[in-house]
Design a protein around this ligand. Structure first.
Ligand code: GLP
Length: 222
């Protein structure tokens, strides 16, 4: 089921409520986190709530293959919008790293992700698992689709500055999360979201694999 909310503020606070409850009920939570424009309001809301992040561990879903201190790297994004504004320990937050098997082991060693917050791309990607990604995929380097590069060009000076490759958790990695919350905003996401949630489960629409997850919640606003 897709929960449709009235506006972006409600979308942000609803998902922030879920994260807050997770952290308060389970202070040792492991969170899977995503970037992009959609979760910005949720991060802002979480920062304003001044929660105790001192025992929380996080795993970001994906990073561009680029200079990590570039202002548009996902590492910079996370520091600016969440990590530097909470009391999370720097050695408690993780971005995909090499060797990828060690990154996967790190997630498994921490007993897995309890709550994973996802967005969705206009082509149905989750994290950077582009259409055609195997449902069995794990953390790896991927080439970004032209549509994804165009969609993300708004964050850069020009489309030529958008990285063409990324490291992403795989679909199998994401599906091992105990609970998944997907947030989507805007009419341009509506049709792909409906196809993903109610259409055929196919690797052509990576997000459609979520239909097979037992504990997934979808929140959408126009
Ligand atoms: C990006 C990210 C995804 C994100 C998606 C949607 O490419 N890799 O993790 O969920 O695209 O982004 P936005 O919220 O900006 O539409």
């Amino acid at each position: 089921m897709i929960n449709t909310l009235r506006n972006y503020m409600e979308l942000s606070s609803t998902v922030a409520d879920i994260v807050e409850a997770q952290i308060k009920e389970h202070p040792l939570s492991k969170l899977g986190l995503s970037t992009g424009s959609t979760p910005l309001g949720m991060y802002k809301e979480l920062v304003s709530r001044e929660l105790d992040w001192s025992t929380v561990i996080t795993f970001n879903l994906d990073v561009y293959l680029m200079y990590v201190n570039h202002p548009e790297s996902y590492q910079s994004y996370m520091r600016k919008n969440l990590f530097d504004r909470t009391n999370i320990y720097p050695n408690h937050y993780h971005f995909p790293f090499r060797p990828f098997s060690s990154f996967e082991d790190k997630i498994k060693g921490s007993k897995g992700i309890d709550l994973c917050i996802l967005g969705i791309g206009t082509n149905g990607h989750i994290a950077f698992n582009e259409p055609g990604s195997s449902f069995l995929s794990r953390t790896r380097v991927v080439n970004l689709e032209e549509q994804t590069i165009i969609d993300n060009a708004r964050f850069f000076d020009s489309v030529d500055d958008v990285p063409t490759q990324a490291i992403t958790m795989g679909l199998a990695t994401i599906m091992e999360s105990k609970k998944i919350v997907l947030m989507a905003k805007g009419l341009k996401k509506k049709s792909i979201l409906n196809q993903a949630m109610f259409g055929m489960i196919t690797e052509d629409i990576p997000a459609s694999i979520l239909q097979e997850h037992k504990n997934v919640e979808i929140y959408y606003c126009d």
